[in-house]
Ligand binder design. Sequence first.
Ligand code: NAD
Length: 256
Amino acid sequence: MLNGKTALVTGSTSGIGLGIALSLARQGANVMLNGFGDIEGARAQFEGLEIEVDYHGADMAHAEEVVDLVRATEARFGGCDILVNNAGIQHVAPIQDFPPERWDAILAINLSSAFHSLRAALPGMLARNWGRVINIASVHGQVASVNKSAYVAAKHGLIGLTKTAALETATTGITVNAICPGWVLTPLVQKQVDARALADGVDNAEATRRLLGEKQPSLTFTTPEQLGALAVFLCSEAAANVRGQAWGMDGGWTAQ
Ligand code: NAD
């Protein structure tokens, strides 16, 4: 379905980004990976797929590196057709204790990087009159939780950016949408499970039950594979008129 297309997925060396990159690759898209950590381990997962994979180490905290990532994708593959803004970090603390430098980093990586990548990728998409932009927001783009001020502000902002970009491209072959996962068991969330286990003096299984039980009625995690399947749908022709949506996959979290 996506043969000949190229997908740039930011923060795709682990978790949701890697799951989405793999799902798009299985549909035939070439992939530009980005992120830190186990880069070779991430690349290895694409072995055997008849697509091309490359990697760029841009730090999403820096605008010029974001632009360089888009330009490198265009130079390597001849275009950036699918842009998945996924890189994200978290910091949990009440506002009065929230370090200002963590606020700045979260706003830069979780929100501003999506503006910079969109700004860089849109001209090429407009020239080809085809594009899919998928911003990985969160339930925290729709509702708040305590102690996550920067994350909630950034994710609400990302949904606002999604809507604006969708309107600006509404008469073109480019669609812009957000996906809003609830809890997904990735390294980002495992840290929060660990913190909960420590704070409550319980084991990993009980901390997981408590975390899910508070917010996610399904009591199960959403998986990167399920989010990948939704991303594939948003890239399909069937989704050509899905524009400016914040699409939940949250086990019922925001239905409450
Ligand atoms: P993760 O920690 O597993 O992966 C984050 C990815 O971003 C990694 O590849 C990491 O290397 C990369 N990254 C971090 N900082 C970066 C930077 N400065 N520059 C480039 N890459 C950077 O986290 P995840 O849970 O897979 O989260 C992915 C996205 O999904 C984030 O935007 C997160 O907010 C969102 N999300 C996650 C959940 C969840 O429950 N896990 C829920 C809703 C939304």
